[in-house]
Design a protein around this ligand. Structure first.
Ligand code: ADP
Length: 632
């Protein structure tokens, strides 16, 4: 019994701590929300009491001396104060709504910043994806998590103020005595009677929210089902809105055959769902009981107040005051307790949110700067590097040792899955090696400041993404840019002709997301822009991962024929399937099953007839010959 109690206390403490932590985060994001919320709540909670009190005074006046002058004064005060209070409450409400909106707009930053700070290796992990998607699904479901805690704050402040106002206006009910000679009703003067009344009222005030919280607890119980349902709903319901999916959707009739079938099976939001059944059953029953208990309270309050008024403890006007004040007081208590319950229910959702926000950064962050090398003389060395992707047993790279200097051209070739992209990702320190070291000028790359280190690389990844911004902004990666340098980079990347056909040149928007006159570009054109972006960055290392995959042979030949010249004194690393594209490189590294099996110039490698390169070269030569024969 004791331990159950202790567990409950711990549970409550944990819920309170999580809630407090969320408020602190919100406070940092938007302190004005809290100020506006509290100011608005003061007026919202206390205005009714002013009206209640003044109405009581008017009725008392009518019931007693009926002094017209006093009555006029009271009515005037009532009208003016009601108007002023309504005005202030309205204005504060507007302010509060504006702050709520602005806070919610800033909210996404919390998640975006965390995403940007996560170790890259973590972004890949299913566990991290699951956590993040749970946070978002919980929000979509019924604003559980961070949003709910703002709601809790507002309701708690309102309830607390209601309680204070209610107490202030109802204390005299228990203090004012029934005049002597009221017969049995003088019993009401007995302190025990007042105490009993208070205990009874408090009992009911506690019981009602307990029932409401029992009802709310079902939200937690069915959270995972609802989350999954939300996930299916979010994925399948909006597929048709994704323009890029349209061709597939139509050709394979995916809407009818897949999406609708999945949505039909998704019962999370239908009448058959567990939460819906619970709402019709115990959840609804608990809520109804909670409301019914509140009605009993109102009845008892009426009885007590009327009996005291009957006996002459106060005038009839005060009956409305006490009934109004006590009803509001207990509404405040119920609301406050209900919010404590909601806070506990929300705690489980916050736990998931904090689990995500608290994912630690395990990558070592060095402090050395790479800027010291103003001569841009860099040398990179892989020392017996091996790597396993997180959560996998397979070695994506095994015992890779390699050295290259600035100014060299290195080609990395090999079959699919041989480890070429992994090699680049380790070089750019998206991951750290599982074993071995990567050195930059003899120093472990982990010891450099991360931002400094990645600044020495320009990479065109296979799955690069462009933005729905202008062409110039895409290449420069910023709003302000050197027009000449951007134009030159685009020209060097083979985009000059296409740019001439663009209606507004560098100011032409790519895609139509932000601008109706935006242009749609092909995969090959996008790749040229991505190459121009890498050239514009002007970093000492330029890495092209399958840069020519989406380029037609003519565009590829055009780029390669002048790449040596474009790259200049930079180090260029090319990953390519097409061995013919790599012939011009000083050094070619052949990857196979995660290891470098051969290294050398094209001539030396092709001369080794037992080597992997020879095999790949012949396979491709045959393919090209066949292709040429067919086209001829
Ligand atoms: P390549 O670029 O030569 O085609 P990769 O470097 O992409 O090859 O892949 C090397 C190996 O690592 C493959 O077996 C691949 O399945 C595996 N791999 C690649 N990316 C991941 C990842 N994010 N998680 C787990 N395994 C991966």
């Amino acid at each position: 019994m004791m331990s159950k109690m202790k567990m409950k206390n711990n549970h409550f403490r944990l819920a309170w701590e999580r809630n407090l932590r969320t408020w602190k985060i919100w406070w940092k994001l938007c302190p004005k929300f809290f100020v506006s919320c509290t100011s608005y709540s003061v007026f919202k909670a206390l205005s009714p009491y002013v009206t209640i009190w003044l109405s009581a005074q008017i009725i008392n006046e009518l019931a007693r001396s009926k002094n017209p002058e006093r009555l006029f004064q009271l009515v005037l005060i009532q009208l003016v104060s009601a108007a002023l209070l309504a005005l202030c409450t309205g204005m504060l409400n507007r302010w509060f709504n504006c702050e709520t909106d602005s806070m919610r707009r800033k909210y996404d930053r919390i998640w975006m910043e965390k995403m940007m700070k996560l170790d890259y290796a973590d972004i890949d992990r299913q566990y991290v994806y699951e956590l993040y998607s749970q946070v978002k699904q919980n929000e979509n479901w019924a604003a559980w998590g961070f949003y709910k805690s703002t709601d809790i704050f507002q309701k708690m402040v309102l309830a607390t103020l209601r309680i204070f106002g209610g107490i202030a206006l109802s204390v005299s009910l228990f203090v004012l005595p029934v005049p002597a000679g009221s017969g049995a009703l003088t019993l009401l003067n007995h302190p025990l009677c007042a105490l009993l009344m208070i205990v009874f009222m408090l009992g009911i005030a506690f019981l009602s929210p307990i029932c409401a919280n029992k009802s709310d607890a079902y939200w937690n119980r069915y959270a995972s089902e609802a989350r999954f349902g939300n996930r299916l709903f979010n994925f399948y319901s909006f597929l048709g809105e994704d323009r890029k999916r349209e061709p597939d959707l139509r050709i394979y009739q995916q809407q009818e055959n897949v999406c609708e079938k999945y949505l039909e099976q998704n019962i999370s939001f239908s009448k058959a769902s567990a939460i819906s059944k619970a709402a019709r059953g115990p959840m609804g029953l608990w809520m109804a009981t909670s409301r019914a208990i509140s009605v009993v309270l109102t009845g008892v309050v009426y009885l007590f107040v009327c009996l005291k008024a009957w006996a002459g403890a106060f005038g009839v006007g005060s009956v409305t005051q006490y009934v109004g004040a006590i009803s509001s007081l207990f509404l405040g208590i119920s609301d406050l307790l209900e919010q404590f319950g909601t806070m506990q229910a929300n705690s489980e959702f916050l736990k998931i949110a904090f689990e995500f926000l608290d994912i630690p950064n395990k990558m070592y962050q060095g402090s050395l700067t790479t800027e010291k090398r103003s001569d841009r003389q860099y040398e990179v060395e892989f020392q017996d590097v091996s790597f396993q992707y997180p959560g996998t047993e397979i070695w994506a790279l095994r015992h890779v040792s390699m050295k290259f200097k600035v100014g060299e051209r290195l080609a990395v070739v090999g079959m699919n899955g041989s480890g070429k992209t992994t090699f680049i990702k380790l070089l750019c320190r998206l991951y750290d090696p599982t074993e071995g070291k990567i050195l930059l000028n003899g120093i472990d790359i982990r010891k450099y400041k991360y931002e400094d280190y990645i600044n020495i690389f320009s990479v065109v990844f296979q799955d690069f993404k462009l933005m729905a911004l202008t062409l110039g902004e895409n290449v420069a990666g910023s709003k302000q840019y050197d027009r000449e340098a951007v134009t030159l980079s685009l020209k060097n990347a083979g985009f000059a002709d296409r740019m001439e056909r663009m209606p507004k040149g560098l100011e032409t928007y790519l895609y139509k997301d932000l601008e109706k006159d935006g242009v749609e570009i092909s995969g090959g054109e996008a790749q040229k822009i991505a190459i121009a972006r890498a050239l514009y960055k002007d970093a000492p290392f330029i890495i092209l991962d399958e840069p020519t995959a989406a380029l037609d042979p003519i565009a590829e030949a055009e780029i390669y024929s002048k790449f040596n010249e474009i790259v200049g004194d930079k180090t260029a690393i090319y990953i390519s399937h097409r061995l013919s594209s790599c012939k011009f490189c000083d050094e070619i590294a052949v990857f196979h099953n995660g290891s470098v099996v051969q290294q050398g110039t094209h001539e030396s490698l092709v001369a080794d007839e037992s080597g992997k390169y020879y095999e790949l070269w012949n396979a491709q030569a045959q393919y090209y010959t066949e292709e040429e024969t067919q086209t001829a």
